[in-house]
Design a protein around this ligand. Structure first.
Ligand SMILES: [Zn+2]
Ligand SMILES: [Zn+2]
Length: 183
């Protein structure tokens, strides 16, 4: 099998304490994992690990945006986004479902307990969740820009206090009324 990025012959490797068979490129450090091997490994896991949130600092830096061919069956690999607001893409074969990880991408997934959810990345629910999270982040940024640090922090506190308050409706009416004391 040849590396889909640099065409070097891939070496057999084993990941995760040797339990997961994979192929690694010595040149570009990319990793290929076959769908069958991955699912076999996944079925042996007692539970899915709790996800650890990723921040921009520890996202993979290597990405190879060029079109790639599956090292196993020769079909095109399809690029999928994995995390919200991050240039983190994985390439997956639409035919045999194997996945290509550029240098460091697999390690980032392991560091965030996402390596046991790779099969979910390519599903509708995961991709919808990604879009919803991105929309939230966009609005958060917009509020932040408009209100500024202090006011945004303050209004979030007020909102939290109001939401849990039994007199919420009346408090809101009080706030919005031109003169809350006029009958
Ligand atoms: Zn390579
Ligand atoms: Zn394939």
């Amino acid at each position: 099998m040849k590396c889909p990025v640099c065409q070097t012959a891939l070496d057999y490797d084993r990941l995760l304490d040797s339990y997961l068979p994979a192929y690694r490129c010595r040149q570009c450090e990319g990793i290929w994992i076959a769908a069958r091997e991955y699912l076999r490994w996944l079925q042996q896991q007692p539970t899915l690990l709790p996800e650890k949130p990723a921040d921009a600092a520890d996202l993979p830096t290597a990405d190879t945006p060029q079109l790639k061919l599956c090292p196993q069956c020769g079909h095109f690999l399809i690029r999928y986004r994995v995390l919200p607001n991050a240039g983190f893409y994985l390439d997956r074969c639409g035919n045999c479902n194997g996945v290509w990880f550029d240098q460091n991408e697999w390690d980032v997934l392991v560091a965030h307990n996402l390596h046991d959810k790779v099969n979910q990345f390519f599903t509708q629910p995961w991709q919808s969740r990604l879009r919803a999270e991105e929309a939230r982040l966009k609005l958060d940024q917009l509020y932040h820009d408009r209100f500024g640090d202090d006011d945004y922090a303050r209004i979030k506190d007020v909102r939290q206090w109001l939401q849990a308050h039994p007199q919420r409706g009346m408090l809101l009416a009080f706030l919005q009324a031109d003169d809350p004391y006029a009958m």
